[in-house]
Design a protein around this ligand. Structure first.
Ligand code: DX5
Ligand code: ZN
Length: 220
């Protein structure tokens, strides 16, 4: 089944703990946490202290999306704070391969992400090191933007790569995901749907998450 990873960027931060519990009881598989440094993207969000504070509230995996420059500097802090998956950007600068190796040394799953305008073949050298690829379908930095179609052929390409190589690779998609775009991404081969505004705007996201999990089910 397709996994659903609600993005806490769209949560009510004045009630963050309750929002974590709400997402868990609605049936989320993972919790997507967006970390922004004001350098790699023009916005600043949260860091390890906030992740540490919500860690005791749920057993769900923390899917931490690092939109920060030279992420190698902060991987140990995010691991200590309780991250389960750490995703770095191919465009983040610094030693990307070294960062992915360090994530594995820390005992976590390593993800690699790419921006909408970055061609998918940039990922090729990193794929053998990756547990997850995060395809951005908006320019990272803010929630609530419109889905960009450039992600669909990238997902299909990655899905073929995973099939050919036989590697266990999650293909996640992030940005403008709703019922329609989520279904299309899952049909193209996405295994994880990360979504903020379209889920958090719902009073109760339970049935929506249940529906999304059935997308792409033909893949078994
Ligand atoms: C954007 C973040 C996304 C964001 C998605 O930079 O990486 O995770 O929260 O929000 P929506 O689903 O509203 O596009
Ligand atoms: Zn994200």
């Amino acid at each position: 089944m397709t996994k659903v990873s609600p993005s806490m960027l769209s949560a009510d931060f004045s009630r963050l703990g309750e929002e974590v519990r709400r997402v868990e009881s609605a049936g989320a598989d993972w919790i997507h946490i967006d970390v922004m440094d004001g350098m790699f993207v023009p916005n600043i969000t949260i860091g390890p202290v906030v992740i540490e504070s919500i860690r005791p509230l749920t057993g769900l995996p923390f899917d931490v999306h690092l939109m920060i420059e030279d992420p190698l500097r902060y991987l140990d802090s995010f691991a200590e704070a309780g991250a389960d998956i750490l995703t770095v950007h191919a465009e983040a600068g610094g030693d990307v391969r070294g960062a992915m190796d360090r994530i594995h040394e820390l005992g976590l799953k390593a993800g690699i992400s790419l921006n909408p305008d970055t061609p998918v073949d940039v990922l090729e050298p990193f794929l053998p090191l990756a547990d997850l690829v995060l395809v951005m379908t908006v320019q990272p930095g803010f929630g609530g933007q419109a889905f960009r179609e450039s992600g669909i052929p990238k997902i299909a390409w990655l899905s073929r790569w995973a099939e050919t190589s036989g590697q266990d690779l999650d293909i996640s998609v992030d940005g403008g995901i709703n019922r329609d775009t989520g279904r299309r991404c899952a049909e193209a081969g996405a295994t994880v749907l990360a979504a903020g505004s379209s889920l958090f705007r719902l009073q109760d996201m339970t049935s929506e998450i249940a529906l999304w999990k059935t997308f792409g089910a033909r893949k078994g």
